[in-house]
Write a protein that binds this ligand. Structure first.
Ligand code: NAG
Ligand code: NAG
Ligand code: NAG
Ligand code: NAG
Length: 304
């Protein structure tokens, strides 16, 4: 016993050392008692994505964004405060009652916040390995019950599992917006939407003018299941029911890193990360087969 008491100061030092080590470890969550400051980051549990403050291009402005953790060059896939930057490195991100994620500038003014859907008991923010930033109840992992998710509020990038389209229940349309410039993620001149009327199509608009329609998935192409051609790593899905019409892509091979971007001049590009040469390679979107699964679900197979 005496030995133990003598050891207490040492144990305390050890404990505080361990907690320092632990706090420098990456975390994927922010709770109501925590604050994310400029310089801190969240890392998704599998280490795929990272969230933090960044400055695009040569800009000095600070934005909260999400990028691939292990890809050099910080490829940003989502931005929170697209239109109002923090102008110093004193921005902070935290959860406030009753469950809203907010970004504060140096004078503690809220310059961006997540939309509130309902009152939360014990809200927590988590960065998932899909790149989705979600606000949820601490004990509820069910994605149907998320209070808010970044995947409903797109920037210029479309990732696997993101939704592009309409949620009729909330009236929210998820669509891509080009950046104003490489240094300004505010919505630029072009947007990319899913047109849910008739057979769904993806189309690009400049203001109110449609500049391009993609995937003329008309009745002629609905031919039922056909043989698989080539190697597929990605499926495009159109999910249609009473509550929503979404376009989504699912990756079959978890090693495939793929994204779609809408450029400042309205060009939709599909990119794939090539591990061997460590670079993003540009692919075209190429629907090859369309399969009706049920009355409500249409599967559009995309080859890469
Ligand atoms: C913080 O945001 C508020 C509200 O938008 C603005 O009036 C204020 O100037 C900002 N502070 C700084 C230092 O930018
Ligand atoms: C957007 O359109 C405006 C008006 O036509 C033009 O001045 C501006 O350069 C365009 N922006 C980009 C990024 O092309
Ligand atoms: C686009 O259309 C909406 C609704 O028809 C209209 O209110 C708006 O002024 C139009 N915008 C432009 C840039 O023409
Ligand atoms: C549509 O939403 C309602 C209310 O949330 C739900 O009860 C119903 O199951 C949903 N229907 C479909 C087809 O998802």
């Amino acid at each position: 016993m005496k030995k133990l008491i003598e050891d207490i100061p040492y144990l305390l030092v050890l404990a505080s050392l361990l907690s320092i080590l632990k706090s420098s470890n990456a975390t994927d969550t922010i709770s109501t008692t925590q604050i994310l400051r400029d310089g801190d980051t969240l890392v998704s549990s599998g280490g795929f994505f990272e969230l933090g403050f960044f400055s695009p291009g040569d800009s000095k402005n600070r934005y909260v964004g999400i990028w691939y953790k292990n890809i050099p060059g910080k490829t940003v896939v989502w931005v929170a405060n697209k239109e109002i930057p923090v102008t110093s490195i004193s921005g902070t991100l935290k959860i406030i009652e009753p469950g809203i994620l907010v970004l504060l500038n140096d004078t503690n003014n809220i310059i961006w916040s997540s939309k509130m859907t309902r009152v939360a008991q014990t809200p927590i923010v988590q960065l998932l390995d899909s790149g989705n930033l979600v606000l949820r109840e601490v004990n509820d992992n069910d994605q149907e019950n998320f209070l808010w998710q970044s995947f409903d509020y797109l920037s210029n990038t479309f990732l696997p599992n993101m939704n592009c389209g309409w949620n009729y229940a909330t009236g929210i349309e998820s669509y891509l917006s080009s950046w104003k410039s490489g240094e300004d993620p505010a919505p630029g001149n072009f947007t990319l939407h899913l047109d849910p009327t008739g057979y769904p199509q993806i189309f690009i608009k400049r203001g109110n003018t449609t500049t391009c329609r993609i995937g003329n998935w008309n009745g002629v192409r609905f031919s039922g299941a056909t043989g698989v051609r080539g190697k597929r790593s990605l499926y495009g899905l159109i999910i249609m029911n009473k509550n929503k019409t979404y376009y989504r892509e699912d990756v079959l091979d978890q090693l495939v890193i793929s994204r779609i971007t809408l450029s400042q001049n309205g060009v939709m590009q599909r990119w794939r990360w090539v591990v061997g040469t460590r670079e993003w390679v540009n692919f075209q979107i190429l629907p090859v087969d369309i399969v009706i699964l049920t009355n409500f679900v249409v599967l559009i197979v995309v080859a890469m």
